[in-house]
Design a protein around this ligand. Structure first.
Ligand code: NAD
Length: 264
């Protein structure tokens, strides 16, 4: 039903966490997968691990904030695959600072009046500008190749006030979410669908891996209606659905995957 067999797929930030789960899901489904990531060590490790399992996976080290590198990577991979059917604009960072700390105390460093330029700029650069560069490169290719599916990893922080992640992250994710809707409208006519996945709390390496601490997982799990924090594997089914033709009449959607955490 959610077939991606023979598809060419590009995943940014696919060397860890959610992007890695996307890469695994696509590869397990028979797609050819290219992972673009900044972290060369994790990239090599994961590409070697997945290749050893017999999957068709390759890696390319790049920074999504470098538009030239993105364009070159897309040209190279498109030539190698013949066609890129699916693109996940997933790479992202958590500035590791918000106006409230995970233990509920207030953060002076994350308060808006203390927010540092460098922290703001880097967050917007990766989480918003990087998504723009990836969607643009995907659109250029897919317009000429007959269409495809673009999936942006946003966050429930795109529409909820999440004190723990703070100003820059929320603004960037809200921007990326609206950019995805805008691209969906512009590109629908070209058989290109653009949707967003909005995760809640998912245990990954983000923010220095703070969600890996058992006491944090317990306190977050207690607040989530489904009763636990999420894992990257929880996102695999939705990724396959949005990549495949099973979702061919869905575009411009942002789907929360948060165990009901944003229900209020
Ligand atoms: P992660 O840190 O485990 O993985 C992120 C990957 O992106 C890493 O491999 C990292 O090297 C790569 N990356 C970071 N900056 C990059 C850049 N400039 N260029 C290329 N690659 C870069 O984190 P994750 O939790 O898997 O995050 C994936 C996406 O999910 C992000 O967009 C994040 O904002 C989003 N998200 C995560 C959560 C969560 O709770 N984990 C919640 C909501 C949204």
């Amino acid at each position: 039903m959610f077939s991606v067999k023979g598809y060419g797929a590009i995943i940014t930030g696919g060397a860890s966490g959610i992007g890695l789960a996307f890469a695994e899901a696509l590869a397990e489904g028979g797609a050819r997968v290219a992972i673009l990531d900044l972290d060369s060590n994790s990239l090599n490790l994961q590409v070697n691990r997945l290749s050893a399992k017999g999957f068709d996976v390759r890696g390319r080290e790049l920074d999504v904030t470098n538009r030239k590198e993105i364009d070159q990577a897309f040209a190279h991979i498109a030539a190698e695959f013949g066609k890129v059917d699916v693109v996940f604009a997933n790479a992202g960072i958590d500035p590791g600072i918000g106006f409230s700390n995970p233990d509920g105390t207030r953060s002076q460093e994350g308060a808006i009046e203390n927010y540092e330029d460098e922290r703001w700029d880097r967050n917007i650069d990766v989480n918003l500008n990087g998504v723009f560069a990836t969607i643009r490169a995907a659109a250029r290719h897919m317009k000429g190749s007959g269409g495809g599916s673009i999936v942006v990893t946003t966050s429930v922080a795109a529409y909820l006030n999440e004190g723990m992640v703070g100003a820059a992250y929320m603004a960037a994710k809200a921007g990326a979410a609206h950019l995805a809707r805008n691209a969906a409208l512009e590109l629908a006519h070209f058989n290109i669908r653009v949707n967003a996945i909005a995760p809640g709390f998912i245990v990954t390496n983000i923010g220095g891996g703070w969600l890996k601490q058992p006491q944090i997982q317990k306190s977050i799990g207690d607040m989530i209606p489904i009763g636990r924090i999420g894992s990257a594997d929880d996102l695999k089914g939705l990724a396959l659905f949005l990549a495949s033709q099973a979702s061919s009449y869905i575009t411009g959607a942002q789907i929360p995957i948060d165990g009901g955490g944003s229900l209020g």
